[in-house]
Design a protein around this ligand. Sequence first.
Ligand SMILES: [Zn+2]
Length: 82
Amino acid sequence: MARTVFLFGRWTLQPDREPDAEPITYVMECVVCGEHSAVEEDFGEAQRWTFRHAGRHPSHHTYREVITRPWRAWMAGPPPVR
Ligand SMILES: [Zn+2]
Protein backbone atom coordinates (compact mmCIF):
# COMPACT_ATOMS: atom_id res chain seq x y z
CA MET A 1 0.00 0.00 0.00
CA ALA A 2 1.30 3.48 -0.86
CA ARG A 3 0.48 6.63 1.07
CA THR A 4 1.18 10.28 0.46
CA VAL A 5 0.16 13.57 2.04
CA PHE A 6 -1.00 16.63 0.12
CA LEU A 7 -2.12 19.95 1.54
CA PHE A 8 -5.73 18.80 1.24
CA GLY A 9 -5.42 15.39 2.83
CA ARG A 10 -3.75 12.03 3.22
CA TRP A 11 -4.22 9.73 0.27
CA THR A 12 -3.86 5.99 0.16
CA LEU A 13 -3.39 3.93 -2.99
CA GLN A 14 -3.99 0.19 -3.13
CA PRO A 15 -4.71 -2.51 -5.73
CA ASP A 16 -8.49 -2.66 -6.14
CA ARG A 17 -9.74 -6.01 -4.82
CA GLU A 18 -13.36 -4.94 -4.34
CA PRO A 19 -16.00 -7.23 -5.88
CA ASP A 20 -16.86 -4.55 -8.46
CA ALA A 21 -13.22 -3.89 -9.43
CA GLU A 22 -12.16 -4.26 -13.03
CA PRO A 23 -10.48 -7.63 -13.59
CA ILE A 24 -6.71 -8.07 -13.76
CA THR A 25 -5.96 -8.88 -17.40
CA TYR A 26 -3.01 -10.38 -19.24
CA VAL A 27 -1.72 -9.94 -22.79
CA MET A 28 1.31 -11.73 -24.24
CA GLU A 29 3.14 -9.90 -27.03
CA CYS A 30 5.72 -11.23 -29.44
CA VAL A 31 8.70 -8.88 -29.26
CA VAL A 32 9.91 -10.04 -32.69
CA CYS A 33 6.81 -9.21 -34.79
CA GLY A 34 4.45 -7.32 -32.44
CA GLU A 35 1.55 -9.77 -32.66
CA HIS A 36 -0.23 -10.29 -29.37
CA SER A 37 -2.83 -12.45 -27.69
CA ALA A 38 -6.34 -11.32 -26.88
CA VAL A 39 -6.82 -9.56 -23.54
CA GLU A 40 -7.34 -12.49 -21.15
CA GLU A 41 -8.44 -12.69 -17.53
CA ASP A 42 -6.93 -16.20 -17.45
CA PHE A 43 -3.16 -16.05 -17.73
CA GLY A 44 -3.15 -19.65 -19.00
CA GLU A 45 -5.05 -18.54 -22.10
CA ALA A 46 -2.44 -15.86 -22.84
CA GLN A 47 0.30 -18.47 -22.37
CA ARG A 48 -1.41 -20.87 -24.76
CA TRP A 49 -1.45 -18.11 -27.41
CA THR A 50 2.34 -17.85 -26.98
CA PHE A 51 2.82 -21.58 -27.65
CA ARG A 52 0.59 -21.40 -30.75
CA HIS A 53 2.48 -18.35 -32.02
CA ALA A 54 5.88 -19.94 -31.40
CA GLY A 55 4.65 -23.06 -33.22
CA ARG A 56 3.78 -21.01 -36.31
CA HIS A 57 6.93 -18.85 -36.08
CA PRO A 58 9.74 -21.05 -34.77
CA SER A 59 12.26 -18.16 -34.85
CA HIS A 60 10.15 -15.97 -32.51
CA HIS A 61 11.62 -16.65 -29.08
CA THR A 62 11.05 -13.41 -27.17
CA TYR A 63 7.76 -12.35 -25.56
CA ARG A 64 6.48 -9.58 -23.34
CA GLU A 65 3.75 -9.94 -20.68
CA VAL A 66 1.46 -6.92 -20.22
CA ILE A 67 -0.54 -6.97 -16.98
CA THR A 68 -3.35 -4.49 -16.34
CA ARG A 69 -4.14 -4.18 -12.63
CA PRO A 70 -6.92 -1.98 -11.24
CA TRP A 71 -6.05 0.38 -8.37
CA ARG A 72 -8.09 2.62 -6.12
CA ALA A 73 -7.12 5.83 -4.33
CA TRP A 74 -8.98 7.36 -1.41
CA MET A 75 -8.53 10.18 1.05
CA ALA A 76 -7.71 8.50 4.35
CA GLY A 77 -7.68 11.54 6.61
CA PRO A 78 -7.12 15.25 6.98
CA PRO A 79 -3.75 16.88 6.33
CA PRO A 80 -1.34 16.91 9.29
CA VAL A 81 -1.72 19.89 11.65
CA ARG A 82 1.30 22.21 11.64
ZN1 LIG B 1 6.04 -13.16 -33.59
